[in-house]
Write a protein of this length. Structure first.
Length: 588
């Protein structure tokens, strides 16, 4: 038993020793390989340096890349590749040069690819080291690519091939026209079907009583999606057509092969960007919905305040539109601040530059715009007027029809629309004829100059009689007369009368002036001119019998008063004649 144990122990020891020796051999082999690779990298640093320092450029003939060449400082890769391509095209265009004459010419410095003794390009050791081949192997591979390119160049330009390609292009053109027409009709039918089946089912999206999205907007999105689908289908058909036709002819083959890169690479970039932007897009959509909901709720609230259905202590109904604008501006500005980091490209230098330019343009080019905006929002708090009031702003008189953020609109007595910047209103004076007329009445006033020889009591009585005859003037408060000035030649009297409406002011003034002329003529009192040198021999009045001189009867009718009775409105009447001229009659 002891002998067996000893032999077993010896076997185990030998096995462990063999394992240790094998591991040592493997480790030494790996170390030697690593040292050899390090030595090779140390001995040929110029290879990697050259590949990095001198970029490669493709040699392209008829849109096909034959091979790539490197450049040097004095001859960049792009220029070297273009020169080689031009030489190959020149040989291919010259059918007198047989394809079999394209061969190699080896020298100690380089291996040349030649055609009928004409050198096309050279392959040097540095080119071969980049590819990891010998110079002769690389030159042979490139020579074969040149032979294939020359043969393809000549074959593609044969008349039979070109004729066949032209027929193929015409057939493809007819096919794409048919496809586009069919797609357009299909899209129209699809839109009609969608409109017939789903138009009545699209309704407004509301949360409680607040409208979030209108049905017209949803339907517009659906129509745009259908139209986009049709447009995308037609674009795809045109793309396939162009890709096919461009590849037929050798002159356009290069563009045809790059068409996918020209069209699809931007789409791929956009698609990749959209995929990356989806989380931010979801956040922005939610933020937009919340912002829209807050604005809608605020609009409902302030419209209720303006209409009087919602009473809020300390808030005037006239303030509601301006407060709504201010709140909308604050909410949108706050939403933009939150959304800014999630906008694609917001952190790029281009985005920052555009923002800087826009801000500079806004700050330098729109002080008047900002002033009008601030003035428009503060007009309601100033309470200078409201829509429907008759006001005088500067030299303009009219009725307020609209009050916008930038401009206030008046309708003049001549039915003209007058636009006044809000900044001019805020910095100027406003005369409101309607503000007190509703409660205390508006005073209409006009002046006349009467000579000193006329008793002032008589003048005031005649002016009061003129006001009494004028329609639309109030008897309570009663009209009154002021003696405004004792002039050099006349006394200036001012008649003042109350009215409760600002509508038709010009008509009331005109009627008041007519009544003043009539009353003063009735009593034979002359209204003075601003200045005169002496009394006239006859008073400057219109005799009663001349009040209705032609053509006045056709417009005003004739008036007759009882003999010996003082003239007054109760003594006047009108009776129209059959011939169109009023017939005088005696009043009651």
């Amino acid at each position: 038993m002891s002998v067996d144990r000893e032999s077993h122990t010896v076997l185990r020891a030998r096995s462990v020793l063999r394992r240790l020796v094998g591991a040592a051999l493997v480790w030494s082999t790996q170390a030697a390989a690593q040292d050899s690779a390090a030595v090779q990298r140390a001995e040929s640093p110029a290879i990697s340096d050259a590949a990095v320092e001198y970029p490669m450029a493709p040699v392209v003939v008829d849109g096909a890349t034959l091979f790539r060449v490197r450049g040097v400082t004095s001859l960049p890769a792009e220029r070297r590749a273009a020169d080689i391509a031009d030489r190959i095209k020149a040989v291919a265009a010259n059918r007198a040069i047989p394809v079999d004459s394209i061969g190699l010419q080896d020298t100690p410095q380089a291996t040349f690819v030649v055609a009928a003794g004409r050198r096309l390009f050279a392959v040097v050791d540095a080119d071969a080291q980049i590819e990891g081949l010998t110079r002769q192997v690389l030159a042979e591979a490139e020579r074969q690519r040149v032979v294939e390119a020359v043969r393809a160049f000549r074959r593609d330009r044969e008349s039979a091939v070109l004729s066949r390609g032209l027929l193929q292009a015409l057939a493809a053109t007819a096919a794409v026209v048919v496809v586009v027409v069919v797609l357009r009709r299909a899209v129209r039918r699809l839109r009609a079907t969608v409109d017939r089946r789903f138009r009545a089912k699209v309704h407004d999206v509301k949360i409680s009583t607040v409208e979030v999205v209108r049905g017209e907007q949803l339907w517009y999105v659906i129509e745009r999606l259908v139209a986009f689908t049709g447009t995308l289908s037609m674009v795809a058909a045109v793309y396939v057509y162009l890709n096919y036709v461009l590849l037929i002819f050798p002159w356009t083959r290069g563009f045809g092969r790059n068409l996918s890169n020209v069209v699809l690479e931007p789409l791929a970039t956009v698609g990749t960007g959209i995929v990356r932007f989806i989380p931010s897009l979801v956040f922005l959509c939610i933020l937009a919905l919340i912002t829209r909901f807050v604005i809608r709720v605020a609009g409902v609230f302030f419209r209720g305040v303006a209409q009087g259905t919602i009473n809020f202590q300390g808030m005037e109904p006239e303030w509601a539109p301006s407060l709504e604008r201010i709140l909308r501006f604050v909410v949108i500005a706050f939403a933009l601040i939150i959304a800014y980091p999630y906008i694609p490209g917001s952190g790029s230098e281009a985005f920052k530059g555009i923002g800087l330019v826009v801000g500079l343009m806004f700050s330098l080019g729109s002080p008047a715009l900002v002033g009008n905006l601030v003035a428009g929002m503060s007009l309601a708090f100033r309470r200078a007027f409201r829509v429907g009031d008759r006001v005088k702003i500067g030299e303009h008189v009219g009725e307020v029809t609209q009050v916008r953020l930038l401009t206030t609109y008046l309708r003049s007595p001549k039915n003209e629309e007058i636009s006044i910047p809000n900044s001019a209103i805020l910095n100027g004076e406003v005369v409101n004829y309607s503000a007190l007329a509703r409660d205390k009445g508006l005073i209409l006033h006009t002046t006349v100059g009467i000579g000193y020889e006329t008793p002032w009591r008589q003048v005031e009585a005649m002016l009061l009689e003129s006001a009494r005859r004028t329609s639309g003037l109030l008897s309570n408060p009663a009209p009154f007369v002021l003696q405004r000035a004792l002039g050099d030649f006349a006394v200036t009297y001012e008649i003042n009368a109350f009215c409760d409406s600002t509508q038709g002011l010009l008509g009331r003034y005109s009627e008041l002036h007519r009544n003043i002329l009539d009353v003063f003529n009735e009593y034979g009192v002359q209204i003075m001119t601003p200045a005169y040198e002496g009394d006239a021999e006859q008073p400057k009045i219109v005799p009663r019998e001349q009040w209705f001189a032609a053509p006045a009867p056709a417009y005003f009718g004739e008036r007759v008063v009882e003999t010996g009775a003082p003239a007054g409105p109760a003594d006047l009447s009108l009776t129209p004649r059959r011939d169109g001229v009023s017939q005088p009659t005696t009043g009651d």
